[in-house]
Design a protein around this ligand. Structure first.
Ligand code: HEC
Ligand code: HEC
Length: 360
């Protein structure tokens, strides 16, 4: 499992803490564990600290070290910031360590915290796009950046997409929001153990029907119902909520892909068509919408190839780390005529694949 984010903080003891969300890497049950992993610099054992405080639970964003030596972690989907006393964990206990945690709630999706020279914390709240200074428990200064007016439906959709505090969408206290996995509408680059097997998170920014890897879901609205009710334990969205969430997913802007070498892309496009890739991945969506018996599944949908550069790992269970790996695996599996390609042609093909993006 890959950490949802991995910006580090040096603590006084020579440790680095990273936020983590997913199946615990160290002896913990459950799939959705919000953890702070304490990594000793000497390479010793990893200490996982549970970031749950009562019902306050959500995927952690970047932790920072407070002047008093505690670690402060924003939990955007829980509208909370928690403060963790890392040193107070129970020494010698097996498996999980619980440290005293305090929570500051009722923030509008806090995504980052920083301390000024007086040691006062500033919290950035993404929903209101404002930076607020706290002194004691009180906000004493708030600076708001220009806010884009999205209109009522998109504002509701954005809120629903980001929150873990809406029982129609997810089990209260589970800490799971759509944005937990589809960070900014993209992907957490993670592979999740779902009922049908391991499935990696597709980016939604270039989503093309049919949806999901294997279930041939026709519309985003149906996929939202499936995910929220059957997978996240929600009680069911109202029509207004479902429409707003679908409108938000539709509104997400395409991923940016870095410029590739133009000559390599042109050569790679020829390789793509000569190798028979376009029969299943025809432009402009780069999917024919059909499913095939591939990679151990009876039927896996042909995904769109738009925005690929931002969506590693690849294939339904994330078995390919890079596009070059997909090309190697396709050669082994006899998909397209890849086996005869030389190294240059494979590199060109990978450059072409990495260049594909949705038109604005
Ligand atoms: C635990 C991580 C996780 C959460 C939370 C989550 N998703 Fe997903 N999403 C996935 C995975 C994994 C798939 C692929 C599922 C499959 O193939 O069955 C997926 C597939 C999708 C797809 C289909 C994309 C495509 O191109 O096929 C859409 C749309 C989607 N999710 C939207 C949402 C929305 C909206 C929410 C919140 C209600 C949500 N997801 C919550 C992980 C997640
Ligand atoms: C017979 C139809 C078919 C052909 C031909 C085909 N593909 Fe695919 N492709 C698929 C299917 C189905 C998947 C999903 C497999 C999975 O997830 O396990 C896939 C997955 C991929 C992916 C991973 C996408 C992602 O988001 O993870 C890439 C990249 C890709 N194909 C590129 C190619 C290239 C390059 C060629 C030509 C060499 C090719 N494909 C030929 C059907 C095909």
């Amino acid at each position: 499992m890959i950490p949802a984010l991995s910006v580090d903080t040096d603590s006084a003891e020579g440790e680095v803490t990273v936020p983590y969300y997913g199946s615990s890497p160290v002896g913990s049950p459950g799939r959705f564990n919000p953890l702070l992993l304490v990594l000793p610099l000497d390479g010793g054992d990893i200490d996982p600290i549970h970031l749950t405080h009562g019902r306050v639970r959500g995927a952690p964003s970047t932790p920072v070290l407070a002047p008093d030596g505690r670690v402060v972690v924003p939990l955007p989907s829980a509208d909370a910031v928690v403060t963790v006393d890392v040193d107070a964990r129970i020494e010698g206990a097996l498996g999980l360590f619980d440290a005293p945690i305090e929570a500051e709630t009722s923030l509008a999706r806090p995504t980052s915290v920083s301390f000024d020279r007086n040691g006062d914390p500033w919290v950035f709240e993404a929903d209101t796009r404002s930076a607020t200074r706290f002194q004691g428990d009180r906000p004493t200064l708030s600076l708001t950046t220009t806010n884009q007016d999205l209109g009522q439906e998109l504002e509701l959709g954005r809120r629903l997409f980001q929150t873990a505090a809406e029982s129609s969408l997810s089990t209260p206290g589970s800490g799971v929001a759509c944005a937990t996995c589809h960070i900014d509408g993209g992907t957490d680059n993670n592979v999740w153990p779902l009922d049908g097997g391991d499935r990696q998170t597709p980016a939604l920014v270039s989503a093309v029907a049919p949806y999901t890897w294997t279930l041939q879901v026709d519309s985003i609205a149906d996929e939202i119902h499936l995910t929220s009710v059957e997978r996240m334990g929600g009680s069911g969205l109202t029509d207004e909520q479902a429409d707003a969430l679908a409108a938000w997913v539709d509104h997400l802007r395409p991923v940016d892909v870095p410029e590739q070498d133009a000559d390599a892309v042109v050569r790679g496009e020829q390789v793509f068509s000569h190798a028979g890739c376009a029969s299943c991945h025809p432009a402009p969506t780069y999917t024919n919408g059909m499913s095939y018996a591939l990679f151990g599944l009876d039927a896996v949908d042909t995904p769109s190839l738009l925005g690929l550069d931002a969506t590693a790992p690849y294939l339904h269970d994330g078995r390919a780390e890079t596009l070059a790996d997909v090309i190697d695996l396709s050669a082994d599996a006899g998909i397209g005529s890849v086996r005869g390609l030389d190294d240059q042609e494979r590199a060109d093909l990978a450059a072409f694949l990495a260049s594909l993006e949705e038109a604005d």
